[in-house]
Design a protein around this ligand. Sequence first.
Ligand code: 13P
Length: 268
Amino acid sequence: MRRKMIAGNWKMNKTLPEATALLTAIAEGLPADAAPGVAVVVCPPALYLVPALPLLRPGSAVLLGAQNCAQQAAGAYTGEISAAMLHSVGVTYVVLGHSERRHYFGETNALVAEKVRLALTNKLLPIFCCGESAAVRAHGDYLGFVKTQLSESLFHLSAEAFGNVVVAYEPLWAIGSGKPATAAQAQQVHAALRQHIAQRYGAAVAAATLILYGGSITPSDVDPFLCEPDIDGALVGGASLHAREFIALVRAAQRAVAGPAVVAAPVA
Ligand code: 13P
């Protein structure tokens, strides 16, 4: 069975004291053995990645992710942060192709493909985001749209390299709206993405790929998502800014991994 993952994308939020308090609370709430079978990732703004490390280690189950990396390897690119730099400070994951990067910074599937390549070359694990707008969904072929995002940004990878990628389906109409997709809507897309991966890389790679859902997920609505066969966790924005909510999401994933409690048979 695939493990689950809960990843928090803080986006451009929190001052340093606020970030320190949040990371400390998350680390205290999630000691190393807190959630077996669940990968926990926190993606604070890049500025806080270095101070975050000693807060999360030792004894915490939480790994660090960046929210972006440069599209170039190194050099005269003022203001940019490379994949190699992120890896060198101890970052494990990097979110790539987020719809906010696509929308506000003009990132295309081809550009994201190059960032994915650079991330993997530098031993960072990409959390690759895809998802359709409300207009694309209304138009009909939203499954084709997200499949194309996947093929154009990821299918240049070898099967071995692809095995290091986490996919996150984040419909734009659900992000920050307070209205998540239904679990059934998400499952439909996740199943289509997994099938698409199977066609390119085979059933074993597809079965091993983590596919997260993102878009207005909170502890009160996560359970049905975690019960779906192709939903392996969540990429969380707003709720990841509150320690109690983030920890509750991890605990929900842990319950989903553990399955229903086995009730001992009564002794005759
Ligand atoms: P919200 O959970 O705030 O909708 O954000 C989702 C998201 O974009 C995570 O990357």
